[in-house]
Design a protein around this ligand. Structure first.
Ligand code: EPU
Length: 342
């Protein structure tokens, strides 16, 4: 019925995986992206701020949202076979993990390392989701979006998306684009990425010596389930901090001072440091202040043990950031979008 539903003064508590009890002045549930222009033209919507929400698995509300939240509930997957490559257009509101499992069931390769990541397909390009050595950008051909600045539909090819580590044009120009669909190009076979710590060991444990994509997916499911707290059980938004990139001199000095530091060399001489290691070494793993905490399973994950508010969670995150600066001189950046930061 209709292409969207509007709700005033809506609770967002069940719409963000950190389970913060924030409210939106207006919430629009969108089932038909073609109706977006009409919706965006309502004075109440046009004059206020906009926030696009998928499953809310990568954001922290530090207060109520005094504008319109667009919850994308659009559905649909369309495949065109092009030789050995499948070109698949997927509506923004589809669940990412369902889509990954569907591709594996169809015999398409590429997304196996990205199984079990929470969130929607439309959110995947925003922060260029990545895990176990794969970033989604590699398999994205283009992104379709409503460009609120130009007032028209835009198709951004991979280069225009300007993907980086947990980054894209969509993240750098917040509020400009409303992603409506993502077009993927997936091969039938490709070189599996098995080098990330733990994958080969897990495959060996499973007794697999000639892995297919679905074996790798199963290994990733085992690793993630062991390491990361399940948002259905305890409120969290996955990694709350990005792994910081530092220049060569800083990286080498830190490695000399802390031989056990976990760090990966970057192509340009820089070092990517393990934020989890820094946080654990600074003594924050498992810390709890009221209901806000740092997971005792993984130091990168900020958790809500019950009824922590957005400001309480953000205060704890800032305590971690300050503590890591004091000990290592490195500034951690939040990975999720923080809404309403002071
Ligand atoms: N480590 C610790 N303490 C911990 C956890 C990890 O010291 O509590 C150290 C370990 O030495 C470990 C290293 O950190 O070897 C790396 O840990 P892990 O393999 O869990 O990866 P990560 O760098 O912490 C990144 C992504 C995750 C992704 C994993 C696996 C970021 C910010 N996070 O975490 O992505 O699942 O790699 O590829 O890049 C997410 O973005 O929400 C997310 C979960």
């Amino acid at each position: 019925m209709g292409g969207y539903t509007l709700i005033e003064n809506a609770s967002l508590v069940s719409r963000n995986t950190l389970r913060v009890d924030a409210r939106a002045k207006l919430l629009a549930e969108i089932r038909d992206a073609a109706r977006l222009p009409e919706l965006l033209d309502f004075p109440a919507v046009r004059e206020g701020r906009l926030l696009v929400l998928g499953e809310g698995s990568n954001l922290l509300f530090t207060g109520d949202f005094d504008g319109t939240v667009l919850a994308m509930h659009t559905r649909g997957v369309h495949v065109e076979q092009d030789g050995d490559v499948a070109r698949i257009a997927v509506a923004a509101g589809e669940r990412w993990d369902d889509f990954v499992r569907w591709t594996l069931g169809q015999g398409y390769a590429g997304l196996e390392n990205l199984i079990l990541i929470p969130g929607t397909v439309g959110a995947a390009p925003i922060q260029n989701i990545g895990a176990y050595g794969t970033e989604v950008a590699e398999f994205i051909e283009s992104v379709e979006a409503w460009d609120t600045r130009e007032g028209r539909v835009a198709t951004l090819g991979r280069a225009a998306c300007a993907f980086g580590y947990r980054d894209s044009v969509f993240k750098r120009e917040p509020g400009r684009y409303i992603v409506t669909a993502v077009r993927f190009a997936l091969p039938r076979t490709h070189e599996l990425k098995l080098d990330y710590a733990g994958i080969r060991e897990e495959l060996a444990r499973m007794g697999v010596d000639r892995p297919a994509p679905f074996h790798v997916a199963e290994a990733v499911v085992h690793l993630r389930t062991r390491k990361l707290p399940d948002p259905a059980v305890i409120g969290n938004a996955g990694s709350f901090f990005k792994n910081p990139l530092v220049d060569a001199a800083t990286g080498e000095a830190l490695r000399r001072a802390h031989p056990e530091l976990v760090a990966w060399p970057g192509a340009d001489g820089r070092w990517k440091l393990s934020a989890a290691w820094l946080i654990e070494a600074a003594g924050f793993k498992g810390l709890r202040e009221g209901d806000a905490g740092i997971s005792n399973r993984h130091a990168l994950v900020l958790v809500n043990h019950g009824h922590a508010s957005g400001p309480q969670l953000w205060a704890l995150a800032r305590r971690v950031i300050d503590g890591v600066i004091a000990m290592f001189g490195v500034r951690l950046e939040p990975e999720p979008v923080v809404i309403g930061t002071d």
